[in-house]
Unconditional design. Sequence first.
Length: 160
Amino acid sequence: MEFRAEARYMRVSPQKARLVLNLIKGRRVEDALNTLMFTKKRVAATVEKLLRSAVENANYLSSEKGIDVDVDSLYVKRAIANDGPRMKRIRPAPMGRAYRYVRRIAHIEIALAERGKNGAAVATVVGEEKQAAAPAKAKPKAKTKARGKAPAKKKMAAKK
């Protein structure tokens, strides 16, 4: 089962948000919260709030909907920061000109999943198994003509 939380229209560039999200991908929820607590980035507080929201979504489904979820075994399966709409702004420039710049906005999404006892992800649908794709056979490369030695460059005669 996957538990999601999404924060849209956050006033941070997606590139800066990805720096923090890459720190928590694949970690247990408890470790991710500790990491975010000590990260010195402005967006870390927003990501921490979003992660707590995803955990609460898991708690809600386990208590209200009757889905069996062990909150202690949750890990961050996916953490994404996508582009939102861009705000175009104008900055005054010398001699009456105007320079344009862009204020970026991010849509941040966190998905949690449950790990099994042996550390593997718990299957969500029974009967559907992913089959590993067989590697394609490499085609033999066509033989190319062997190139000879590159011609030497002519040297200029030294002036006396």
